[in-house]
Design a binder for this molecule. Structure first.
Ligand SMILES: NC(=O)c1ccc[n+]([C@@H]2O[C@H](COP(=O)([O-])OP(=O)(O)OC[C@H]3O[C@@H](n4cnc5c(N)ncnc54)[C@H](O)[C@@H]3O)[C@@H](O)[C@H]2O)c1
Length: 433
C-alpha cells in the first residue's frame, strides 16, 4: 500500500481535495481534461477555493492533461460530473468518456474507484463494460472496481474529505477491504464497508434526495404559513425545541447535488416500473420557489404602490449557496431574468462568483459593491459572510436603499432583528427564508 500511486480523474470541487489529501500519503497523478484548470492548479490557484495555494504548491500531486500517466497508478479515483440534460435525465457523457479513457490506460492489477454520484447500478452496468472493452481485460481477475460516494460539502471548512466517514464498496470482499485500507490512510473519521457497490451508490443518492424532500416540505410549510400571515422563522424556532424535530429551512435549491441527484433516482425507479411520487413532487416544489419569490416581490411592490417598470433592484449573491463560487443551477438567475423581463433595472453583486463565468453562462454583468446605485429593492439572495458581517452595523444595507419607501427582501431571514432598528420596510420573506 505504501508504495502505491493514486490517480484522480476530474479535479473539480470533489476531485481536487481528494487528490491533495491523498498527496499527503502517496504520489498522486491529478488528471483533468480542462487545460485551463490544470494550468491554474500548477500555478497554485484553485478557482473553486477549496484548497489553499500553499497546500496546492506543496502537495505531492502531479497535475496533468496526459491520460497516459494513469497507467502508472495502482488506484484510479473517478470524480467527474454527473449532471442532467435539458429534460432532467442523467447526462452520462462525462462519466462514460472517463470510463473509456481509464480503460485505455489502466494497468493490470489496478483498482478503479468511482466517486461521482450515480443511480444504483450505473457503475457495474455502464462503466464496468467500458473499462473491460477498452482495456481488453476482465474485471475481477485483471483489474478491480469499487464505488465510494463523496460526501464533502464545498465551502464547509469543518466537514471535509478527511473528517467525514467514507462509505466504500468493492466488486468483491477483497477489493472492498483494499479500498477501505486505502481510504483509512486519509480519512480520519474512518470508513464504512457497504456490502455491495449498488448499496453504496444508493446510499449516496438517497442522502441527497432526503435533503431535497425535507427542504421541499419546509418550502410548502413556509408558503402556507405566509398565506396565513404566520412568521415561519418563529414557528421553526418553536418546533426546533423538540428533540427530534429536523432543523431544515425553506429556500432555493440549486447546485450540482441536491437538485440533481433525485432525478437520477427517479430515472432508475421508472426502469423498475416504480413511480417516484414523493421524490418528484419534492423536486416540483423546490423548482417552483423562484417563481414564488418573484410573486412575493411583485406583491410587495404593489402593496407599496411602487412602479415596477424602471424600478432599481439590487441582488446580493448569485451563487447557489453562501461562501462558494459555484453557480451551477443557481435559482436566483430565474428571479433576475423575470424581473428584467418586467422592465426593472437589475444590478447584481457577488464577490465569490467568477465574473467572466457569470457573464458567459447567464449574460449577467456583476457589479462592484461600491458602484451599486441606491435601489428601490434589495434582495439578499445568498447570505455570503461578507453580507452577514454587516448585521453588526447599526443600519445594515441601508446605504444600498434609495429612500424610506425602499424594500429589503431577506431571502434567508437573517436581518430581521437588525433591520427593526431603522425606517425601512423589511420583508424577511417568511416563505423563502
Ligand atoms: N460538488 C459537490 O458538492 C459534490 C459533493 C458530493 C459529490 N459530488 C459529485 O462528485 C462528482 C463531481 O462533482 P464536482 O462538483 O467535483 O464537479 P466539477 O464540475 O467541479 O468538477 C469536475 C471536473 O471533472 C473534469 N472532467 C469532466 N469530464 C472529464 C473527463 N472525461 N476526464 C477527466 N476530467 C473530466 C472537469 O473538467 C472538472 O474539472 C459529481 O458526480 C457530483 O455529483 C459533488
Amino acid at each position: 500500500m505504501n508504495q502505491s500511486k493514486v490517480g484522480v480523474v476530474g479535479l473539480g470541487y470533489v476531485g481536487l481535495p481528494v487528490a491533495v489529501a491523498f498527496g499527503k500519503h502517496f504520489p498522486v497523478i491529478g488528471f483533468d481534461i480542462n487545460e485551463e484548470r490544470i494550468t491554474t492548479l500548477k500555478q497554485g490557484y484553485d478557482t473553486t477555493k477549496e484548497v489553499e495555494p500553499f497546500e496546492l504548491l506543496t502537495s505531492n500531486v502531479f497535475f496533468t492533461t496526459a491520460p497516459s500517466l494513469l497507467s502508472e497508478c495502482d488506484y484510479i479515483i473517478v470524480a467527474v460530473p454527473t449532471p442532467l440534460d435539458a429534460y432532467n435525465l442523467p447526462y452520462l457523457e462525462p462519466i462514460l468518456k472517463a470510463s473509456k479513457m481509464v480503460g485505455q490506460h489502466i494497468k493490470p492489477g489496478a483498482t478503479v474507484i468511482f466517486e461521482s454520484t450515480v443511480y444504483p447500478g450505473l457503475t457495474e452496468e455502464e462503466c464496468l463494460p467500458l473499462l473491460e472493452r477498452f482495456s481488453h481485460m476482465k474485471a475481477g481477475t485483471d483489474f478491480f472496481i469499487g464505488y465510494s460516494p463523496e460526501r464533502i460539502n464545498p465551502g464547509d471548512k469543518q466537514n471535509n474529505f478527511t473528517s467525514i466517514m467514507k462509505v466504500v464498496a468493492g466488486m468483491d470482499e477483497l477489493t472492498t477491504e483494499k479500498i477501505a485500507q486505502l481510504y483509512r490512510t486519509v480519512v480520519k473519521a474512518g470508513v464504512h464497508k457497504a456490502p455491495s457497490i449498488k448499496v453504496a451508490e444508493a446510499a449516496k443518492v438517497i442522502e441527497n434526495t432526503q435533503r431535497d424532500i425535507n427542504i421541499a416540505f419546509m418550502n410548502e410549510v413556509a408558503m402556507l404559513l405566509d398565506a396565513m400571515d404566520i412568521d415561519t422563522k418563529a414557528v421553526l424556532d418553536a418546533a426546533s425545541t423538540k428533540w427530534n424535530f429536523l432543523p431544515f429551512t425553506p429556500g432555493l435549491v440549486g447546485g450540482h447535488c441536491i437538485g440533481v441527484d433525485p432525478y437520477y433516482l427517479a430515472y432508475k425507479a421508472k426502469e423498475y416500473q416504480v413511480t417516484p411520487k414523493m421524490i418528484l413532487s419534492g423536486r416540483d416544489i423546490n423548482n417552483n420557489m423562484a417563481n414564488y419569490m418573484i410573486h412575493k416581490i411583485l406583491q410587495e411592490m404593489k402593496n407599496q404602490n411602487m412602479t415596477v417598470k424602471g424600478a432599481v433592484v439590487t441582488i446580493l449573491g448569485i451563487t447557489f449557496k453562501p461562501n462558494v463560487p459555484d453557480i451551477r443551477n443557481t435559482q436566483i438567475v430565474k428571479v433576475i431574468h423575470e424581473l428584467k423581463v418586467r422592465g426593472m433595472n437589475v444590478q447584481v453583486h457577488d464577490s465569490y462568483a467568477d465574473k467572466a463565468q457569470v457573464l458567459e453562462q447567464f449574460g449577467i454583468e456583476l457589479m462592484p459593491y461600491n458602484e451599486l446605485m441606491p435601489a428601490n429593492i434589495v434582495v439578499l439572495a445568498t447570505p455570503h459572510q461578507q453580507y452577514i458581517r454587516q448585521y453588526d452595523e447599526k443600519f445594515p444595507f441601508t446605504h444600498l436603499l434609495k429612500g424610506n419607501k425602499s424594500i429589503m427582501f431577506d431571502v434567508k431571514h437573517m436581518s430581521l432583528k437588525a433591520m427593526k432598528h431603522n425606517n425601512y420596510k423589511v420583508v424577511a420573506n417568511q416563505a423563502v427564508l
